[in-house]
Write a protein that binds this ligand. Structure first.
Ligand SMILES: Nc1ncnc2c1ncn2[C@@H]1O[C@H](COP(=O)(O)OP(=O)(O)OP(=O)(O)O)[C@@H](O)[C@H]1O
Ligand SMILES: [Mg+2]
Length: 253
């Protein structure tokens, strides 16, 4: 067994009297796409905010490559660990270009502090090619507002890749996208995996998660109720049935 990239052990998170997560344990290996599935209010966003260091857990342990994190967990530590989170709406500055979005806040500068625009352009061009931007219409100077929803996710993933993310966390990247756009996002995720990153992909849509993930983590009312490799699940329908069974079991509890 390989050592997981990141592991949660018995993570609990309460907001006052609300228990958003209760004893959540799960892990993400290197080079894998994990689908995190759960209904509204299940605790998905809370979980990824803890991963990103935005929220500190109330209790429990976070382990990185087999070592327990000591002395608290925060945004700086998550960044240093190579965890890049793409939040659903706030991901990109839509009036700016692809290149300036990829480097926003972390520009490539000369020793005098000037932004190296040409270098950024070339790097953006390389990333777009590597991640599979097939359209000839777009250059690194294209404005985000002219891109489709799937392509925007691609820019956010390219940005994470440039910074050599170990783990790219995508919050509902395919919600509200058409089939063709969803397929583009899948291809971007596969390219990121090919380049050596792992991806945590949050979805309400079991069918989307089933298509792309190597492994599934199902969360229900703050608790992980199932983890399975894709090889253990015969079909998306079977995964749906599992979720229904858990929901029913919960209501009788
Ligand atoms: N800052 C907060 N303060 C108080 N309660 C919160 C806070 N954040 C989340 N919660 C509660 O924790 C629970 C889990 O919320 P969370 O946003 O993690 O769910 P989710 O799975 O992301 O749902 P959705 O699919 O609707 O985005 C909910 O009951 C929510 O109301
Ligand atoms: Mg959420």
């Amino acid at each position: 067994m390989s050592i997981p990239l990141i592991e949660f052990k018995n993570i609990t998170k309460s907001f006052g009297s609300v228990n958003a997560l209760t004893n959540v344990s799960f892990h993400i290996n290197e080079h894998e796409i994990v689908g995190l599935i759960g209904d509204n209010g299940a605790g998905k966003s809370t979980l990824i905010k803890i991963l990103a260091g935005v929220h500190a857990p109330s209790s429990g342990e976070i382990w990185l490559r087999g070592r327990r994190i000591e002395g608290g967990w925060n945004v700086a530590k998550a960044h240093a660990a190579g965890i890049e989170t793409v939040y659903q709406d706030r991901a990109l500055a839509v009036q700016h270009t692809i290149a300036s979005n990829i480097f926003m806040g972390r520009e490539i500068t000369s020793p005098l502090g000037l932004i190296r625009v040409r270098k950024q352009y070339e790097e953006a061009e390389r990333l777009m090619r590597e991640i599979g931007f097939t359209s000839r219409v777009f250059t690194p100077d294209s404005v985000i507002a002219t891109l489709s929803g799937g392509e925007r996710q691609g820019v956010a993933i390219a940005r994470a890749l440039y910074f050599e993310a170990e783990l790219i966390v995508l919050d509902e990247p395919t919600t509200a996208l058409s089939l063709i756009e969803t397929q583009k996002v899948y291809n971007f995720m596969l390219a990121a995996k090919e380049k050596g990153s792992s991806v945590l992909f949050i979805s309400h849509n079991i069918y989307h998660a089933y298509d792309i993930a190597d492994r599934f983590v199902i969360i229900d009312r703050g608790t992980v109720v199932m983890q399975a490799d894709k090889s253990e699940i015969a079909s998306a329908e079977q995964l749906v049935q599992h979720m229904k069974d858990f929901a029913r079991a919960g209501h009788h509890a």
